[in-house]
Design a protein around this ligand. Structure first.
Ligand SMILES: Cc1cc2nc3c(=O)[nH]c(=O)nc-3n(C[C@H](O)[C@H](O)[C@H](O)COP(=O)(O)O)c2cc1C
Length: 276
């Protein structure tokens, strides 16, 4: 039987994220086993930058719930994520999870090509900020097939389904979790990663700050990106960066350790740290 995991990234019980995720799951026609994780209930501490995850095969050395969450994500045949917009970005627990994926490529054999849907309730029109760009990173890091990124305007808990059209959309999404190909970004989004943010460069050039592809922007026209560019979120580039460059930096660190220690030493005595 297929397994479907719902990842709800909101503390609000029966809030919009939870309802949207559940409605999608309820409409999956295939025989499935369902599990839900409320991410803010998990103990996911911040990455301590030890890079030990690059060495070991058994995940992160930190004793918190990260390995449990990743085990559940890798065991699932489909992932439905519900994340609200908080302060122009995704709810912070999502970023905490994402930061722990320096060795995200180690999960590729289990996650690549599996369907992922991201549903994003937000409460104020045009206050989505950088949410879309930030949310797409994790499924790309895991090489999942992003079936849909669905922003839902809903401020109050449950408001998402006061609008019947939203319930209908959620039902249809549920029906096609295992049937659909990857979503196709719109004309004003990055054709490679789906981000809606661009960096302006001199000479009418633009760059996708997320996947790094380059293009140009002629006034009044849609952004134009040359085809066949390799984006940094491709499996090949991810391996090259995290399994290659980051590992090299680790070796370099040991080579330069004494020199670095000398630089750091000059700041050690200023121990002004405070705690509550
Ligand atoms: C701390 C906080 C910050 C928020 N910031 C934004 C924001 O920047 N932009 C926005 O559109 N909505 C914002 N909202 C509204 C939520 O995105 C909206 O209410 C959403 O439906 C909450 O989803 P939930 O019910 O699953 O928690 C914020 C809500 C909270 C509690």
């Amino acid at each position: 039987m297929r397994k479907v995991l719902g990842l709800v990234v909101s503390n609000r019980k029966l809030g919009n994220s939870e309802l949207l995720v559940k409605e999608i799951m309820l409409n999956i026609p295939e025989d499935c086993q369902f599990e839900l994780i409320r991410l803010p209930d998990m103990k996911i501490e911040s990455c301590i930058a030890c890079y030990k995850c690059l060495e070991y095969d058994n995940g992160c050395v930190k004793q918190d719930d990260f390995n449990f969450v990743m085990e559940k994500i890798t065991q699932a045949d489909a992932l439905i994520i519900g994340v609200p917009v908080y302060l122009l970005g995704p709810q912070g627990c999502y970023k905490m999870l994402c930061d722990r994926l320096v060795a995200g490529f180690k999960y590729h054999p289990y996650t690549a090509g599996k369907p992922c849907i991201i549903v994003v309730p937000y409460g104020t029109r045009r206050w989505e900020g950088y949410t879309r760009a930030a949310l797409l990173v994790m499924p790309h890091l895991l090489q999942m097939k992003i079936v849909d990124y669905w922003p839902v305007f809903a401020t109050l808990p449950g408001e998402s389904f006061i609008n019947e059209a939203n319930r209908e959309y959620a039902r249809n999404l549920g029906k096609r979790v295992f049937q659909s190909g990857p979503f196709v970004p719109g004309p004003w989004e990055c054709p490679y990663c789906g981000s809606d943010l661009f960096r302006l460069l001199p000479g009418n050039k633009i760059e996708c700050p997320m996947c790094g592809i380059a293009g140009d922007l002629q006034s009044g026209r849609q952004p134009n990106f040359a085809p066949d560019q390799e984006c940094r979120l491709s499996e090949h580039q991810i391996l090259e960066h995290f399994d290659g460059w980051v590992r090299e930096m680790k070796t370099k660190f040991f080579e330069k350790k004494d020199q670095l220690k000398t630089v750091q030493k000059g700041y050690k005595e200023f121990d002004w740290w405070i705690k509550p």
